[in-house]
Design a protein. Structure first.
Length: 308
């Protein structure tokens, strides 16, 4: 049986993950493009595969139609917005994910972006490399109000880190865990209230039609001119054109973005802004997280293929 492995970081720090697949009798097809596969590239590579370890590459009905032998999909991560779950269910294709494996890594990255934007770290670094030692005045994070939109595994870990910065934490989730929030010192708030009150806003929600463009022009207008917006979840949670306009007009202080709807973003304006820190969808890409995700994905795939 063949298995397609699409995530670029899979096995990067632990090549033994591939050995585990081969030891189970699987012929491994790897993503050799260096980037996220397009639908056409997926169709070409998945045609005779029985299993799939999937990153953020598209697995829509069209791609699935090109994979008549597919029996199991192991999502390397937690987001499922790139998978046509209805089509998988109709075909009897088992779908799993690596829940919790990368939560700490993503929470760390969210805080790193908050600090980097607040303290203008990237801009200062760029200027220093040109021997420009003029001081840049930035903003504080300690003791400020943090808004967490999406209070699941990652959101809760962000709240735990915020305690070390003595932050007031407001949190929103449609399935709000009041007990965990209380233990972490977080208070429930509606999204509009978070946009009005928070100094830092970080997104950890799942992408669905109900959450698409959750941060839009109207909500950006509610934010303080000193607000910092961070997204390590999915690009589609933000109306990117509205955010770009707000950043160019300095309507908010800045943004830290590890995810975009189109990666890399097509609009050249993103690359010329000094009040945004860009990421290459690598919030979960630490040695520990990728190893944990890789092993969990292999476990899930072998189980669903009946090989474990």
């Amino acid at each position: 049986m063949k298995v397609l492995v699409t995530p670029r970081s899979f096995g990067k720090t632990n090549p033994k993950l591939f050995d585990r697949l081969r030891a189970a009798g699987l012929d491994v097809v790897r993503n050799d493009t260096g980037g996220i596969l397009s639908a056409a590239q997926m169709r070409e590579r998945i045609a005779d595969c029985h299993g799939l370890i999937l990153g953020v590459d598209p697995l829509n009905a069209d791609v699935l139609a090109a994979a008549p032998h597919l029996r199991a999909v192991a999502r390397y991560g937690v987001g499922m917005d790139n998978i046509d779950l209805g089509a998988c269910e109709a075909r009897g294709i088992a779908v799993s994910r690596t829940a919790g494996a990368n939560s700490d890594a993503v929470a760390d990255c969210a805080f790193a972006l908050m600090l980097a934007v607040a303290r203008r770290t990237a801009l200062i670094d760029r200027r220093c490399r040109k021997k420009n030692w003029l001081k840049i005045t930035s903003i504080d994070l300690y003791g400020k109000t943090l808004g967490i939109i999406g209070f699941g595994a990652v959101g809760k870990r962000v709240a735990a880190r915020a305690r070390g910065f003595s932050m007031r934490v407001l949190a929103h989730d449609p399935f709000f865990d009041a007990a965990s929030a209380s233990a972490l010192g977080a208070t429930f708030a509606e999204i509009d209230a978070i946009c009005r009150e928070a100094d830092f806003i970080t997104l950890h929600a799942a992408l669905a039609e109900s959450s698409r463009a959750l941060v839009n022009a109207e909500r950006l207008a509610l934010m303080k001119p000193t607000a910092v917006l961070v997204n390590t979840a999915r690009g589609g949670l933000i109306d990117e054109a509205a955010l770009l306009a707000a950043l160019r007009g300095e309507k908010i202080y800045g943004a830290g973005l590890d995810v975009f709807e189109e990666e890399p973003p097509l609009d050249p304006a993103w690359y010329n802004l000094d009040n945004v820190v860009l990421g290459s969808h690598c919030a979960a890409s630490t040695a520990g997280a990728t190893d944990a995700m890789g092993n969990m994905a292999v476990d899930n795939l072998l189980k669903d293929l009946g090989l474990a």
